[in-house]
Write a protein that binds this ligand. Structure first.
Ligand code: CDP
Length: 135
């Protein structure tokens, strides 16, 4: 049996806005928006992986909180999970993405409706809308 690799993504909500990152590759998702993150290394916890990925991709230090309920099977050996994250140091920069954008609930709904989110990430929209109404 193949071990399941985890891909972690960060749900960063502050002042009723969610941070989205625009992918530049591969072609299928070029221009679409996602929660930033990436693959955990072998033996690396999802929390450590997310701290590392967000340091590399956004140049920020985060505290990692709870997981969103939905997880998404990307392939038989790859599962995508989202963890809430809170920026403790730095201002996010698009180091590896095309652009970054803070969206409110209405903007998230619009991006979803127009098909501008990375497909796997659409599973989190209902939960993200609840978070956006709270923080
Ligand atoms: O850079 P690394 O290979 O660590 O990760 P990635 O290429 O950013 O993500 C690994 C896989 O997860 C790719 O298939 C991405 O499209 C997918 N992914 C996703 O569907 N949604 C996210 N928020 C982040 C990654």
């Amino acid at each position: 049996m193949t071990a399941r690799r985890v891909v972690v993504a960060g749900a960063i909500v502050a002042d009723r806005r969610l941070l989205l990152a625009q992918r530049g590759y591969p072609a299928e998702v070029d221009g679409l928006w996602e929660l930033p993150g990436g693959k955990a290394e072998l033996g690396e916890s999802p929390e450590s992986a997310l701290r590392r990925e967000l340091r590399e991709e956004l140049g920020v230090e985060v505290r990692v909180g709870t997981a969103l309920r939905e997880s998404v099977a990307l392939r038989h050996d790859l599962v995508l999970v989202a963890l809430r994250a809170y920026i403790e140091d730095g201002s996010p920069r698009a180091v590896e993405h095309r652009a970054l954008r803070w969206v409110d609930a209405d903007e998230l709904r619009s991006l979803h409706a127009e098909g501008s989110l990375v497909p796997a990430d659409t599973a989190w929209v209902p939960e993200l809308l609840v978070d956006l109404a709270r923080r």
